[in-house]
Design a protein around this ligand. Structure first.
Ligand code: IPM
Ligand code: MN
Length: 352
């Protein structure tokens, strides 16, 4: 098949990890006989520096025309001035919104070889295999913002339509898994959560009678994620709750450097990125963990290109590299020198 992929390396470790993602995609293309064309564009701080905006129109246009987008990370201390007129993260928010990417899929699993990397007890980590579906284009991130010298507000707003489409996507995904859906809200405090709960109840009862649905409050969910994470299958939740819970869930896998994500809309085009940030403290050192980005590439193959076998091959190759003990510093056992970013990418290509 033929596909056009836009690569947005971004800031910090973004260019280092996307380079390994692209390398794996090239290896997949040659092994399976596909033609992938790559286009690179600016987003985030590097776009602000050269174009004065976090999402230049050329980047938007390229993304609109692409089959899929692979993104590294945006942001860094250089652009953190609270008075700056534009922030790198704005590029991310705008591209998510422009492409209508309302469902952000963040799978979390544990690997037997990486139990040491988690701060949790081994028996808690056994059998963890969950998927968080984070609503991505609504809620606090996109509500009206106000600021005076000594007051500020961010509006949290959701429509039934916005809730329905993301819950539907989560329920469909649950159908292909263990058929359990956990909707996470704060219905004891927030009006948006009460609407969320009502709409979720209606849609799942009506369209997904085969799915078992539970509602839990976000504070309790944060606790259960640490106490009995293997009990979760698919979790669906609003934008900011999903952001916070998935950083927490990375402790289960062992590191943020392992968690991929797919951001999807109504069509096949999606944006794929590791859930971690630009990690300015290690940027340029060649030690960032590329596995989250490479696993995002697997999701890209699966969801945007419909290449199931290729996606599974990439996931198996990452597992094989981990089995072989090619572990970057964030997941290497204490006292061991971590593999470099390039060595980890190389190990995946070799396993492929
Ligand atoms: C993420 C990130 C972003 C978000 C930041 C960089 C704005 O944390 O993708 O999880 O909060 O959505
Ligand atoms: Mn986040």
């Amino acid at each position: 098949m033929k596909a056009t992929i836009v690569v947005l390396p971004g800031d910090g470790i973004g260019p280092e990890v996307t380079a390994q993602g692209v390398r794996v995609l090239r290896a997949v293309a040659s092994k399976f006989g596909h033609q992938i064309e790559f286009r690179e564009a600016l987003i985030g701080g590097c776009a602000i520096d050269t174009m004065g905006t976090a999402l230049p129109p050329e980047t938007s246009a390229l993304c609109q025309a692409a089959d899929a987008i692979l993104l590294g990370a945006v942001g860094g201390p250089k652009w953190d001035d609270p008075n700056a007129p534009v922030r790198p993260e704005q590029g991310l928010f705008t591209i998510r919104q422009e492409l209508g990417l309302f469902a952000n899929l963040r799978p979390v699993t544990t690997h037997p070889k990486l139990i040491h990397a988690s701060t949790l007890r081994p028996e808690v980590l056994k059998g963890v295999d969950l998927l968080v579906v984070r609503e991505l284009t609504g809620g606090l991130y996109y509500g009206e913002k106000q600021r005076t010298a000594d007051s500020a507000s961010d509006l949290c707003a959701y429509t039934a339509h916005e809730i329905r489409r993301v819950v539907r996507r989560a329920a469909e995904l649950a159908r292909g898994r263990r058929k359990k859906l956990t909707s996470v809200d704060k219905a004891n405090a927030l009006e948006t959560s009460r609407l969320w709960r009502q709409v979720t109840e209606e849609i799942v009862r009506k369209e997904f009678p085969d799915i078992s649905l539970e509602h839990i409050l976000v504070d309790a969910c944060a606790m259960y994620l640490m106490r009995k994470p293997a009990s979760f299958d698919v979790i669906v939740t609003e934008n900011m709750f999903g952001d916070i819970l998935t950083d927490e869930a990375s402790v289960l896998a062992g590191s943020m450097g392992l968690l991929p994500s797919a951001s999807l809309g109504e069509g096949k085009r999606g944006l794929y990125e590791p859930i971690h940030g630009s990690a300015p403290d290690i940027a340029g050192k060649g030690i960032a963990n590329p596995y989250a980005t490479i696993l995002s590439v697997a999701m890209l193959l699966r969801y945007s290109l419909g290449l199931q076998a290729e996606a599974a091959a990439v996931e198996r190759a990452v597992n094989a590299a981990i089995e072989r003990g090619v572990l970057p510093a964030d997941i290497a056992p204490a006292g061991h020198q971590g593999a470099s970013t390039v060595e980890a990418g190389q190990a995946v290509v070799a396993a492929l």
